[in-house]
Design a protein around this ligand. Sequence first.
Ligand code: MN
Length: 193
Amino acid sequence: MRNEMPQLPYPNNGLEPVISAETIDFHYGKHLQTYVTNLANLTKGTEYEQKDIEDIVATAPAGGIFNNAGQVLNHTLYFLQFAAPEQSKAPEGKLAELIVRDFGSLDELKKQMEEAAISLFGSGWAWLSLDKNGKLQITKESNAGNPLRQSDKPLLCIDVWEHAYYIDYRNRRADHVKKLWDIIDWQAVSNRL
Ligand code: MN
């Protein structure tokens, strides 16, 4: 992945009522754009300028380049994992099999991911990823953290920085997190396996 703004597969109001057009305008249009711009400025003339975002996230030392690359990657995965509520379908195929094998049911996966997102202290992300042994796992990452840092494959994420939900849900992080299931595009998640 290069350092650029992803094209959204839905209009800015396409995720309503779960995520408002105003939140997309700010979260995608302002926050993500700022991370893309910052990363371009920070990497200009450095060894990182020509590297893929995944490479930077996996290898850059803690600091500004890692933080901005992490946020570009995390938000790209985040915004491309959604679909309009009426288009969101249940997991199928290999992904559905792995969910039953490793969590017992989709409901149990959702419960554990909600707990991770709600209990994360401060800003960060809850992740569903595939670990090095091919097992699904749920983890919490502070700030710009991403499972790639531990050589695990990121599949699905919940952004719990306040900017992700404060316009629509104010301080009610749990309400926001529980509503997100209505707009998960499991086909997009499945394609990341
Ligand atoms: Mn965010």
